[in-house]
Design a protein around this ligand. Structure first.
Ligand code: ADP
Ligand code: G6P
Length: 483
């Protein structure tokens, strides 16, 4: 059987080194959590960055890192401190990320970052070249590696290349701002199949190809001088059963075996049975809309005083890209608003916001999803948002209300949620009230539809659809070339 390669900047596990110890922990983020399930069910190796800066390692430590990764079927692409600064924190997260999420005010246009981005994409191509034995397919992921498909195609024209973008592709009017726009599009067009989460992202990409490069475009196809590139949308799903089954199993656990999170929530609920828990989970990222979420919650407490003693916002923010200035600034802003709201609305034994700045083990995460009555997910822009799907999958009795931003890709498939505009705090506050008051039957009705859809279109189906389309593209390309 042929092997296939998964390529992404972030590996599914992260390595941390302290003295002689090597810590291996799961990575956070939709790409890693989603693709992790996929890579286990296919014969694949995963090439990417382990999260450590290479020149800080002794050869002994590097050997340990490589061994730890090999156990996970992963291969490390070493990045130096300078590459991390210019390629990862720089071009990837100070240029592409803000631009593709419509935060053009944050975008930097630095030639040295662009050069580092090209060089690191080339470095990935070199590591791929060293691991090509028995490989007939390569699946490249996300915005860090937009040039890589073309680099691979030039070196290995026979290999089938798929590319999936996990973030939005912006409208042409935004994308055209980028000085290196043509190089980026040409890099992506090295793939045989390009996948996006939604039809809109696909449409934006097609429009940029047509207007910038003038290629002939049919519905799902781009005709290049010697090849056809297919483009389609594949909304990413989650490992539904993993969340649902873990939530069921957790409810059956004896007190001794329960997670700390569940014990704490249950204890609190005994004291204050009227409490509704509102859950907020994401990486601490400006695209996730944490500030507007907190302001909307503050507005809710102010405008709906009758609920002040009945709601608790559980705010879980995972540290992310802490080397980038906007992320540091945002952390201070979040700290400040949480302090202000808690200062204003706390009583001796109640605090309106419980704030955690850390990542949580899987079981605790599932318990939060399962236990909290409401999820408040308000990104300003989000390619998909898997947290929304994980929340619904973890509901075991059908109860629970999802409040979801219309700017998240997930909203296209989850119209049974309460859909809000993340910039409209009055609308968010009204949705919180609706969620609190929603009768059980209505919650169950909405969630039954959502759960059926999420279970059917899970992450395995997503990956299979993508890989089947990739197979078909290769076949039609062979027919095209034979003509
Ligand atoms: P993004 O990919 O932009 O981070 P998603 O919502 O698509 O956003 O994916 C986030 C992923 O990270 C989810 O699978 C979620 O379970 C995981 N995650 C988010 N917050 C935490 C946390 N505090 N601890 C552990 N995992 C988390
Ligand atoms: C998003 C991106 C992923 C990225 C993840 C976490 O999901 O689409 O490519 O891995 O965020 O971000 P990080 O910078 O820590 O890899």
């Amino acid at each position: 059987m042929k092997r296939f390669l998964i390529i992404s900047n972030r590996l599914p596990v992260q390595i941390a080194i302290s003295d002689d110890n090597i810590d291996v922990t799961p990575s956070v983020g939709g790409l890693a959590t989603g693709m992790q399930s996929v890579s286990k069910s296919f014969k694949s190796s995963w090439i990417g960055w382990s999260g450590v800066e290479a020149q800080n390692l002794s050869s002994e430590q590097q050997k340990k890192v490589d061994n730890a990764l090999a156990k996970e079927n992963c291969i490390d692409v070493n990045l130096t401190e300078e590459e991390v600064e210019l390629y990862y924190e720089g071009f990837s997260n100070k240029t592409i990320w803000p631009l593709f999420h419509y935060f053009s005010q944050f975008v930097e246009y630095e030639e040295d970052q662009w050069q580092a981005y090209k060089a690191v994409n080339q470095k990935f191509a070199d590591v791929i070249a060293e691991n090509m034995e028995g490989v007939d397919k390569i699946w490249v992921h996300d915005y860090h590696l937009l040039l890589l498909p073309q680099m691979i195609k030039e070196r290995f024209p026979e290999v089938t290349i798929g590319f999936f973008l996990h973030i939005p592709f912006p409208s042409y009017e935004v994308f055209r701002i980028l000085p290196w726009r043509n190089e980026i599009i040409n890099g992506m067009l090295g793939a045989d199949l390009l996948g996006f989460h939604t039809f809109d992202y696909e449409r934006h990409f097609m429009s940029s190809v047509r207007r910038l490069l003038g290629y002939d475009i049919q519905i799902n196809e781009i005709s290049l001088p010697r090849r056809i590139v297919k483009v389609d949308n594949f909304p990413m799903g989650i490992d539904y059963d993993k969340f649902h089954d873990a939530a069921i199993a957790s409810q059956k656990k004896s007190v001794r075996d329960k997670s700390e999170v569940r014990k704490e929530l249950e204890r609190y609920y005994l004291l204050y049975p009227e409490t509704k828990f509102i859950l907020s989970i994401d990486r601490l990222d400006y695209s996730k809309g944490l500030i507007n979420r907190l302001e909307a919650f503050e507005y809710f407490l102010q405008e709906y005083p009758e609920y002040r003693d009945k709601v608790t916002l559980v705010l879980l923010a995972v540290p992310s890209r802490v080397g980038v200035e906007q992320y540091q600034q945002m952390k201070s802003e979040v700290d400040e608003i949480v302090g202000r709201v808690n200062g204003k609305y706390s009583s001796i034994n109640r605090m309106p916001i419980w704030y955690f700045y850390r990542s949580l083990p899987f079981q605790n995460l599932v318990d939060l999803y399962n236990y909290c009555e409401i999820a408040l997910i308000t990104p300003i822009r989000d390619g998909m948002n898997l947290v929304a799907k994980e929340f619904i999958a973890s509901k075991t009795d059908g109860r629970g209300v999802l409040i979801l931003s219309e700017m998240a890709g997930a909203s296209k498939e989850m119209s049974e949620a309460l859909i809000i505009n993340p910039n409209d705090k009055a609308q968010i506050a009204a949705a919180i009230q609706t969620a609190i008051e929603m009768p059980d039957e209505e919650q169950i009705e909405r969630n039954t539809i959502l759960q059926k859809r999420l279970k059917r279109y899970n992450v395995e189906k997503w990956a299979n659809d993508f890989l089947n389309s990739l197979e078909k593209v290769k076949m039609s390309e062979e027919i095209y070339l034979a003509k």
